[in-house]
Design a protein around this ligand. Structure first.
Ligand code: NDP
Length: 449
C-alpha cells in the first residue's frame, strides 16, 4: 500500500469541504484542506450569511413605516451604509476565524493557495506536491454573466457585499434567488430598483402560484419589474450606467448587477487531465456517493451542480466522510429539500409543486389560503400572506407546502420534517394550532380549492 502524505486532501474550504474534512479528521483520517480565497466559502463570505445580514438591515425601512400605525412617531432616519458594511465585515472575519479553528482543532491542516490536481493521488500548490489516498473537490461555483456588450460594467453578488456607498438607482438582471433577494435588500435600504428578467414570471421551477404571487407582491412594494425583457447592451454615462433593453426602453442606474446563475468552479483544476469526467457545464460528474469517474477523487457541493444549497453541500460532505472513513457508505436523500428565498416578502417551499404533484400522482387536492396578517391590520400595509398545501388524493399524504409571507423560511423547516415523515393531511388537521400566528393556518385549512 503506497504511503500517502494524507488520507484526504480537500480542495475548497467552503461549507461542504469543511464539513467533510472535520468529520474525516474526527474519524482518524489525516486531512489537508487547500483554500485559495476565504475560509467558509461562498455562503459565509459572499452568500447566505452576509446576504441575510443585509436583508435584516433592509427590513428596518419597512418596520419604521409600519411603526406609525402602532403609535410610534419616529424622527428623521439615516442609514450609515459604511457602518453597516464594516459591522458585516467584522462578523464575517469572526466567522472566518471560527472556520479556521474548527478545522485545526479537528486536526486538519489548512494549506493556503491554489491547488491543482496533478494525478488521481497528487495535488500541487505553488510547486509543492502533496499525495493523498483520496482527493475531494469542493470548489463551489462562480457567478455567470452573459456576454452582453458592456456587461463588464455591471457587478455580480461577489462585489455587492462590498459597495462603498448605497446606490441610488439599481438595475438587477435575473429572476432567480439572488436577483429577488437583492431587489428586496436595495429597495428596503431606499434605492430605486428595477428588475429585468427574460421570463414572464420570476423563479422558474417554483410552484406557479408562488411565482405569480411573489412577482405581484414585489411589484406592489415598489420594485419596477421588466418581465420578458433582455438587456442588449450597457453603456457608461457620466457617473452612471445606461441599459438598453430589447423593448428599446433605456434605464439609467448607478449600479447594475447580474444575478443570472452560477456555474461550477472547476476550470484550471487539472481535473480532465487527471481523468475526471465533467459535464457540458463543467460540473464534476459523480455517483450517489459523490465519487467521480476517478475512483480516488470525490466531489461535493456546487461544483457538482446537483442542488446548489449550503445545507446540501454539508450533507454531501458528511456522507463522503462517513463513506470513506467510518465504514458507513452513505448517500444523500435529495427528496423534500426545503428552501427559502429571502425576498421581501419571504418565500418558503418544500416538496412538490402543484404541477409536479399532478404529473407524478395524478389526482391531487390543493388547499390555499390568502389572508392579511394580523400585524398589518394596524400597520396598514397592503400585504397578503399566501399558503398552499398539495395533497395526494389517494393516500392523503401532503406532497408540498408553499408559502409567501413573513417568516416563511422559518416556518417551512418544521413542515419539511413533517413531509419527511410522510405526514397526511389528516395528521396536519389533528395538530392543534398556535393562536394567533400565521403558522396555525397550516393546520386549519379545511376547504380544498
Ligand atoms: P438562479 O438559477 O436562481 O436564477 C438565475 C436567473 O437568471 C434566472 O431567472 C434565469 O432565467 C436568469 N438567466 C440565466 N441566464 C440568463 C441570461 N443569459 N440572460 C438573462 N437572464 C438569465 O441563479 P442565482 O444567480 O439567482 O443563484 C444561483 C444559485 O445560488 C441558485 O440557484 C441557488 O441554488 C443558490 N442560492 C440560494 C439562495 C437561498 O437558498 N436563499 C440564495 C441565493 C442563491 P430563466 O429562469 O429564464 O432561466
Amino acid at each position: 500500500m503506497p504511503d500517502y502524505d494524507f488520507d484526504l486532501f480537500t480542495i475548497g474550504a467552503g461549507s461542504g469541504g469543511v464539513r467533510a474534512s472535520r468529520m474525516a479528521a474526527s474519524f482518524g483520517a489525516r486531512v489537508a484542506v487547500a483554500e485559495e480565497r476565504y475560509l467558509g466559502g461562498t455562503c459565509v463570505n459572499v452568500g447566505g450569511i452576509p446576504k441575510k445580514l443585509l436583508v435584516y438591515a433592509s427590513e428596518f425601512g419597512e418596520s419604521f413605516a409600519d411603526a406609525a400605525g402602532f403609535g410610534w412617531d419616529l424622527g428623521p432616519r439615516h442609514l450609515d451604509w459604511k457602518r453597516l458594511i464594516e459591522n458585516k465585515n467584522r462578523e464575517i472575519a469572526r466567522l472566518n476565524g471560527v472556520y479556521r479553528r474548527l478545522l485545526t482543532e479537528a486536526g486538519a491542516q489548512i494549506i493556503e493557495g491554489r491547488a491543482v490536481v496533478a494525478d488521481p493521488h497528487t495535488v500541487t500548490i505553488g510547486g509543492r506536491r502533496y499525495t493523498a489516498k483520496y482527493i475531494l473537490i469542493a470548489t463551489g461555483s462562480w457567478p455567470v454573466v452573459p456576454g452582453v456588450p458592456g456587461a463588464n460594467l455591471a457587478i455580480t453578488s461577489n462585489e455587492a457585499f462590498f459597495l462603498e456607498r448605497r446606490p441610488e438607482r439599481v438595475v438587477l438582471v435575473g429572476g432567480g434567488y439572488i436577483a429577488l433577494e437583492f431587489a428586496g435588500i436595495f429597495h428596503g435600504m431606499g434605492s430605486q430598483v428595477t428588475l429585468v428578467h427574460r421570463g414572464a414570471k420570476v423563479l422558474r421551477g417554483f410552484d406557479e402560484e408562488l411565482r405569480e404571487v411573489l412577482g405581484r407582491e414585489v411589484a406592489k412594494r415598489g420594485v419596477a419589474l421588466r418581465l420578458n425583457s433582455r438587456i442588449e447592451r450597457i453603456e457608461k454615462i457620466g457617473t452612471g450606467l445606461r441599459a438598453h433593453l430589447d423593448s428599446h426602453e433605456t434605464i439609467e442606474a448607478d449600479l447594475m448587477m447580474y444575478a443570472t446563475g452560477r456555474a461550477p468552479n472547476t476550470r484550471g483544476l487539472g481535473l480532465e487531465a487527471a481523468g475526471v469526467k465533467l459535464d457540458e457545464h463543467g460540473a464534476v460528474v459523480v455517483d450517489e456517493y459523490s465519487q467521480s469517474s476517478v475512483a480516488s477523487i470525490y466531489a461535493i457541493g456546487d461544483c457538482t451542480d446537483r442542488v446548489m444549497l449550503t445545507p446540501v453541500a454539508i450533507a454531501e460532505g458528511r456522507a463522503v466522510a462517513e463513506t470513506l472513513f467510518n465504514n458507513r457508505p452513505m448517500a444523500v436523500d435529495y427528496a423534500g429539500i426545503p428552501s427559502a428565498v429571502f425576498s421581501q416578502p419571504n418565500l418558503g417551499t418544500v416538496g412538490l409543486t402543484e404541477d409536479e404533484a399532478r404529473k407524478q400522482f395524478g389526482e391531487i387536492v390543493v388547499y390555499r389560503s390568502t389572508f392579511r396578517p394580523l400585524k398589518h391590520t394596524l400597520s396598514g400595509r397592503d400585504e397578503s400572506t399566501f399558503m398552499k398545501l398539495v395533497v395526494d388524493k389517494k393516500t392523503d399524504r401532503v406532497l408540498g407546502c408553499h408559502m409567501i409571507g413573513a417568516d416563511a423560511g422559518e416556518m417551512i423547516q418544521g413542515l419539511a420534517v413533517a413531509l419527511k415523515c410522510n405526514a397526511t393531511k389528516a395528521q396536519f388537521d389533528a395538530t392543534i394550532g398556535i393562536h394567533p400566528t400565521a403558522a396555525e393556518e397550516w393546520v386549519t385549512m379545511r376547504t380544498a380549492s
